[in-house]
Ligand binder design. Structure first.
Ligand code: CA
Length: 223
């Protein structure tokens, strides 16, 4: 899952970036509205974590721009303590949630997961697909009631495919979600992760549509 973090407080932004990556997120971090605007115009993010007081303006101004052109990426605002008016203005401008500074990493992670679940129409905390279950919070996968050991990227790929059942995702869309700009992307890594998922779970867990992309195997074949 790929996040856009917009925060100009360098120690805070660095700590959040590191913590979120440890939790398996791909994170791109910017300190200004203009850099964030440019990043969001070329890349699909799964969620945005947005500070309000930024060197070139208020984060809510950017949020309003996105919502005005119907960009529906979930947005969490970072707000100062005791700033009720700020929070209300943010929510009224289309934020999905807010978190009060100082930010507790685990709370941020839980709130990001919650807004993404709602945005994808999968509000259940644990996803079931045939005999496969995936718990985004604990990052646990079971297949026919047995735990499956996955690497962080294998898990992220399975989570992405499961959150878009019935949809075919192109390799570039998958790469966009699995890697941030600091990652070193090999030329065939998506294929390698797909191979590992088939080996560790079931050959039918991921379907390849040649030249188009990948989709989660249908429930009937994964029971
Ligand atoms: Ca700030």
């Amino acid at each position: 899952m790929r996040l856009l973090l917009i925060e100009d407080d360098d120690p805070l932004a660095s700590a959040l970036t590191e913590g979120l990556r440890e939790e398996g997120f791909a994170v791109d971090r910017f300190a200004t509205l203009s850099a964030a605007r440019a990043a969001a115009s070329t890349t699909t993010f799964d969620a945005v974590v947005l500070d309000r007081g930024l060197p070139d303006g208020d984060g809510v101004a950017l949020l309003r721009e996105w919502r005005a052109r119907c960009a529906d990426t979930p947005v969490l605002l970072l707000t100062a303590r005791d700033a009720l008016d700020d929070r209300l203005a943010g929510l009224d401008s289309g934020a999905d949630d807010y978190i009060v500074k100082p930010v507790a990493l685990q709370e941020l992670v839980a709130r990001v997961r919650a807004v993404v679940r709602r945005a994808r129409g999968r509000p259940q905390p644990v996803w079931t697909h045939g005999a496969l279950t995936l718990d985004p919070a604990s990052r646990q996968v079971t297949w026919r009631s047995q735990p499956v050991e996955l690497s962080s990227r294998e898990f992220s790929l399975l989570e992405l495919l499961l959150s878009h059942p019935g949809q075919v995702l192109s390799r570039s869309r998958i790469e966009e979600s699995l890697y941030d700009w600091s990652s070193d992307v090999g030329s065939n890594t998506v294929e390698v992760y797909v191979h590992q998922l088939r080996r560790k779970i079931d050959p039918g867990v991921v379907k390849t549509l040649r030249g188009v992309g990948y989709t989660i195997g249908p429930v009937e074949t994964l029971s």
